[in-house]
Write a protein that binds this ligand. Structure first.
Ligand SMILES: *Cc1c(COP(=O)(O)O)cnc(C)c1O
Length: 359
């Protein structure tokens, strides 16, 4: 039975985010920037010692063990850390909490497509300055009145990282609005803006356990800022859902953060594979941006990206493609294991040798 139109009139209608596919069959999955290696071994040990009887009880609403582990890791106060159900949860709460001026929020035209969705959901006006012709953010575009600023660094899906001087210029020109730096991929890149948190009271840095820490399935993200802004976030969280983090997520998350050695090794392996993949793809006729993330943004000079995307999928190799005007020639390819990348290269080599130009 269809709902009557008069009933629909006052229902919040939104254009939702489209997540990358999560196929249930076994495929080579290079489409959602997960880490191909398992989380720190301590995470498995925690799971084995958990007692399901404890699940009777609500978790700690303050998420103390995890907040403590993160504060310790980043050498900040516990009152400077906010945790949520993936950084999507953290970012969504940030939009709700900080972007209330009625003035347009600024983020790049090519970026994480969820920003637009949250702005739509919360009825926040926004403007999207265009990346330049090399897909770089033009910082001068952010030197004007605005209701807040958000950008990922490295940016997605371009994989391009801007150094801290660049980030600082944007902060310094926007002392009266909140600037969120979404550092989902920063561990593969270089310096984090967390070191600027003490200097700029308008800065919020968000990070996630989903990429470098290999825990996308556990859903953990966090924000680091000054105690006042963290308090504002907590106030909104407690007005929404007090118990966002499960007992399993809190215990596993803390264990993951404590193993710094494993983390460095896992990140190092991916960077090595990324460098080899960049070389191989260039040899195969792809043009790439300089990736500082765990994915590559590549276009082939002869092959149509949309068709290549479909053919790869038919061969059981999932990558990401957007049919957006400025990036429809590109594929975003997650850096997998060495073996997974070899399978991708094999497929591409055979295609190129066959001279099967499909542009
Ligand atoms: C993956 C990603 C996120 C969200 O990650 P969560 O899994 O929700 O922690 C946020 N921003 C960017 C740019 C991402 O790529």
């Amino acid at each position: 039975m269809a709902v009557r139109p008069e009933l629909l009139e006052n229902i919040r209608a939104v254009e939702p985010y489209t997540p990358g596919e999560q196929p249930q069959e076994k495929v080579i999955k290079l489409n959602t920037n997960e880490n191909p290696y398992p989380p720190a071994p301590g995470v498995q040990r925690v799971l084995e010692t958990m007692d399901s009887a404890d699940f009777r009880l609500y978790p700690d609403p303050a998420s103390s063990v995890l907040v403590h582990a993160l504060a310790d890791n980043y050498k900040v106060g516990e009152d400077q850390v906010f945790v949520g159900v993936g950084s999507d949860d953290v970012l969504s709460l940030c939009f709700l909490t900080f972007f209330n001026s009625g003035k347009p929020v600024l983020f790049p035209d090519i970026t994480y497509s969820f920003y637009k969705v949250w702005a739509g959901l919360y009825r926040i006006p926004y403007e999207c300055p265009k990346l330049d012709e090399n897909f770089r953010i033009r910082k001068e575009d952010y030197y004007r009145e605005n209701g807040g600023i958000i950008f990922p660094n490295p940016n997605a899906p371009t994989a391009i990282y801007e150094d801290l001087d660049f980030v600082e210029d944007i902060l310094a020109h926007n002392r009266d609005s909140i600037v969120i730096v979404d550092e989902a991929y920063v561990d593969f890149a270089g310096k984090s803006a967390i070191e600027l948190v003490g200097k700029y009271d308008n800065l919020i840095v968000t990070q996630t356990f989903s990429k470098a820490r290999s825990m996308a399935g556990m859903r953990i993200g966090y924000a680091i800022s000054n105690p006042d802004l963290i308090r504002c976030l907590n106030d909104v969280k407690y007005s929404f859902n007090s118990y966002t983090m499960s007992r399993a997520a809190l215990a596993c998350g803390a264990a993951a953060v404590e193993d710094k050695e494993y983390f460095a090794e896992s990140v190092g392996r991916i960077i090595k594979t990324r460098e080899r993949a960049e070389k191989t793809l260039a040899e195969l006729g792809f043009e790439l941006t300089e990736s500082r993330a765990n994915f590559l943004f590549a276009r082939h000079l002869e092959y149509d990206a949309g068709k290549l995307f479909e053919e790869l999928k038919d061969a059981g190799i999932y990558v990401r493609h957007w049919n957006d005007e400025r990036i429809r020639d590109y594929l975003r390819i997650t850096v997998g294991t060495e073996e997974e990348m070899d399978r991708l290269f094999e497929f591409l080599r055979a295609k190129i040798r066959s001279g099967n130009v499909i542009a």
